[in-house]
Every structure is written in C-alpha cells, then in structure tokens.
Design a protein around this ligand. Structure first.
Ligand code: ARG
Ligand code: ZN
Length: 463
C-alpha cells in the first residue's frame, strides 16, 4: 500500500519538471508561428490608436490553459512591450527573435491550469519589420491590420497559428472623425474624453489570429440586420471614388450570397455578417464575419464573385481551419470553387463550364502546372495554382463521385470539423468514406503531381 503511493509520487515528480513551451506550433512552413505549452481561449484587446502619428498603445489580456508544466512560454509579437503580468504577478520577458517574445513567470506554471496574461505595450506598428515584412498597413487617415498568414504580431500578442483559435473582444479608441472596425458584433460605442470614441467589438465563435482584423479610417459605416436577424455591418472607404456604387452593389448583397452558400454547405457558422471596402490594400481577406476587400475588386463594375469567395471562406478556412499552412488548398480551392457555384446560381455559366475554361486556358507548358496545390511551399501559398487548379481539383472530385455524394462530402466536412482544424488527408478520407470510391489517385493527380492532368476536371465528357 505505502509502497504503491510512493511510486505514484515518484512518477508524478518525474513528470513534473517544468520546461519551456515550444516556440512554434510545429508547422514546417512557419516554424515560429504559434507556440507550445498552452492553448488560448480568449483574447481581450484594448487599445488606443492615433492615426496622425501611427501610435498604438494599450493592453491585451490572454486567457489560456496550460498543456504542460511551463518554466517559460512564448508569444508571437513584434511591438514594444513595457510590462507583462502572469496571473497578476509581474513576469520577466525578452525578445528571442524578431516577432517572438519569451515570457518567464515568477514561478513555473502547473499543467492543465487556467492562466491570465496581461501584456502592456505601445509602438508605431508601421515601423516594425519582422522577417523583412510589415503587415500593418498605414493609410492616410488610419491603418489596416489585414493580412495572411501573419497579421497579429503588429497589433496584439498571440499564439499565431490556425490550430489555436479563440474568441475575441476588440476594443479600440480612435479620434471621433474615424471609425474602428473589427469582427463580430459592435457591442457598444462609448466616449470618456473629448475628441475620442471607443468601439467595442465581440466575436463569439472561435476565430483564427489572422482572421481577426482591425480597420481604422474615415469609413462610411452602415449598420443593418439580415433577414435572419444577424447584425450586418458594412463600411466603405469614400476614397473608393466612382466605383463606390459597384462596391456597394456587390457587398450589400452579402446576406443573399451567404444564404445561397448556406444552401450548398450547411448553416452559416457565425453570428454576424458584413464587409469592409478599403483603398489601403491590394487583396481581399476573409476576416471572420466581415471580409475586407480592396476597392480594386470593384473598379470595373460589380464583383459578387469575390464576395462569394470571401464568404465561402467563413466555412472553408474560418470555421474549418488549417491544420498546417501547407493545407491551404482546403481554404482557397473551395472558396474559388464557391465562385463557380455562385456563377451557376446566377446563370452566368455552370461550374463545369467555368472549370473547363480554366483548364483549357493554361497551356501544358505554363509554369502554372508546376505548383502543387496540395503542398505549394510557403512562397507559393497564394499562387494562382492554389486557387485555380485547386478549384479544378474540387470539380474533378464532383465528376468522380456525382452530385449527391459531392454535396454530402462538403456538408459533412464543414459539420464534422466546425470550429476546429483539419488536414487534406482528413478530407480525402472523408471523400472516400462518403462516396465509397477509391480517390487517392484523383487527389494525387490534381493536388500533388506537377504537370497538366491529361484528363480535364469534367473527365472524358466534352462540354
Ligand atoms: N485568403 C485571401 C483570399 O483569398 C488571400 C490573402 C492573400 N494574402 C496576401 N498577403 N496577399 O482571398
Ligand atoms: Zn481566398
């Protein structure tokens, strides 16, 4: 009896040695993205931002849970930190490499315990360079925290990897003449001093660090409600100019587009909708509940295709997230394919027609066919091949299994992995499970083999 207890104590002592949390989540594309030893449950970001000087200051409070005994842990963050408290006790901290902060609590943290980390900071984000890059985009009247795969390090400390999602409160005080937009619901706007307004946003479903965004500037902000009763917030940069009408004619249709996508993929996974159009960036990003669009998408007229793409990401990318960044096809292949589905719904060409046209437009000797959508490499993560060949792979699957199995696969995928992360291998296994067909060769050909597949996305059929 006594001996048995002694052995148990010895065993627990042996496993008790506190160790540093890993500096990354183990992603080969970005070894320092995310951190080991804890899981974040919630971020409370409370900032003041002055556009005139690009001064960003405030605190982020992180509610996490330890997954090991920790002597120290890392945060992904590039701004200048003045203080960190861990469970209310001042902690030591140092920058171990650009964008990587190591925090050493006064006492080691026990395993499987809640922990509260308060980080106080102030900096000029547009001057902060990490690995030669600055994601924070200064605009004439504000700034944008909108980027992928790295975005958070320029405005809040985080475990910056899609395998560690969390809920968010984002509260930003800005001068009265500008707006501060973020994800989810505008819980309230408050004033506590002359000249400044604080915007409090809340996102209640687990959210990726990169899909958490901030847009400050002189936006026209519209608050409405969708037919289903969700907050619908849109914002337009007046500098969009003569294409403002086309931008609105596209983005204001978001609830209709989401309704269509829900008919294809299953229930919309989030609590709010919207869109932000800005002249301060060149791409679009699937910010959770509220995508952000470059005004450039609308200069030639309405573009509901990009609205369908970014909102399809709410299912593919935001709700079901990447297990690793090499799985980017799970985001971009399906969001691009959603453009085809929307086109078919609009009677502007069927998915099969659009896929055939893309397949036919890249000659076999085009370098396009050399990028593997299933593992493109960090440098090619957003290459056309990930989007276009990625969408062709989805059409090839539809051709192989038929419409019934195809849509069952999509709906089962988003239901099974909702709020979580998953990998390409999981998708292939599910497709085989639902269809009862061997599909390894199909995915090998479309996702993992260089060169133009000899058979097109519609199989032997000619359109
Ligand atoms: N996920 C975004 C989109 O599809 C692309 C973001 C590209 N990132 C970038 N830095 N250009 O639509
Ligand atoms: Zn996309």
């Amino acid at each position: 009896m006594t001996t048995g207890i002694a052995i148990v104590l010895l065993a627990s002592t042996a496993s008790a040695a506190p160790a540093p949390g890993a500096p990354g989540a183990g992603d080969p594309y970005y070894p320092y993205a995310g951190n080991g030893g804890y899981d974040v449950a919630h971020y409370d970001i409370r900032l003041t931002y002055q556009p005139a000087t690009d001064q960003l200051a405030g605190t982020t409070t992180i509610l996490a849970r330890t997954t090991q005994e920790l002597s120290s842990f890392d945060l992904d963050f590039g701004l200048h930190v003045s203080a960190i408290r861990v469970d209310n006790v001042p902690a030591a901290f140092r920058t171990v490499r650009e964008g990587e902060l190591e925090v050493t609590p006064a006492k080691p943290l026990a395993k499987n315990q809640p922990v509260t980390v308060v980080v106080t900071y102030a900096d000029t984000p547009s001057k902060v360079v990490i690995d030669g890059y600055t994601a924070w985009k200064k605009t004439p009247d504000g700034a944008l925290a909108v980027d992928e795969p790295q975005n958070s390090q320029w405005w809040y400390p985080a475990s910056d990897h899609p395998t560690d999602k969390a809920t968010y409160d984002v509260s930003v005080e800005v001068p009265d003449d500008v707006a501060a937009l973020s994800n989810g619901t505008l819980v309230r706007k408050t004033k506590q001093r002359a000249g400044w307004t604080r915007w409090n946003w809340r996102s209640t479903q687990s959210q990726n660090t990169y899909a958490t965004t901030l847009e400050v500037g002189k936006f026209e902000v519209n608050q409405a409600t969708t037919p289903g009763g969700q907050p619908f917030v849109t914002a337009y940069d007046p500098a969009t100019g003569e294409s403002l009408g086309a931008a609105k004619a596209s983005v204001e249709r978001t609830p209709e587009i989401i309704e269509f996508l829900a008919s294809q993929f299953g229930e919309y996974p989030f609590e709010a909708q919207g869109g932000v159009v800005s002249t301060g960036l060149t791409f679009a990003l699937e910010a959770q509940t509220r995508p952000v669009y470059s005004n450039k998408f609308f200069v030639a007229g309405t573009n509901t295709s990009v609205v369908a793409h970014e909102n399809a990401h709410q299912w593919f990318g935001d709700s079901v997230s990447l297990g690793r960044w090499s799985d980017i096809w799970l985001n971009e292949g399906f969001a691009s394919y959603a453009e085809y589905l929307w086109s078919e719904h609009q009677r502007e060409g069927t998915a099969a027609e659009l896929a055939q046209y893309v397949y036919d437009s890249y000659p076999a000797d085009d370098p396009f066919w050399q990028v593997l959508p299933g593992d493109p490499g960090a440098a090619n993560q957003f290459d056309d091949a990930v989007y276009d060949r990625g969408a062709l792979a989805v059409q090839a699957l539809r051709t192989a299994v038929g419409d019934d199995a195809f849509f069952t696969i999509l709906r089962t995928w988003v239901a099974r992995h909702r709020g979580d992360d998953a990998r390409i291998g999981d998708f292939v296994a599910l497709a085989e499970e639902v269809s009862g067909k061997p599909l390894q060769q199909l995915f090998q050909t479309w996702l993992f083999t260089a060169g133009k597949p000899a058979t097109g996305p519609n199989g032997a059929a000619t359109l």
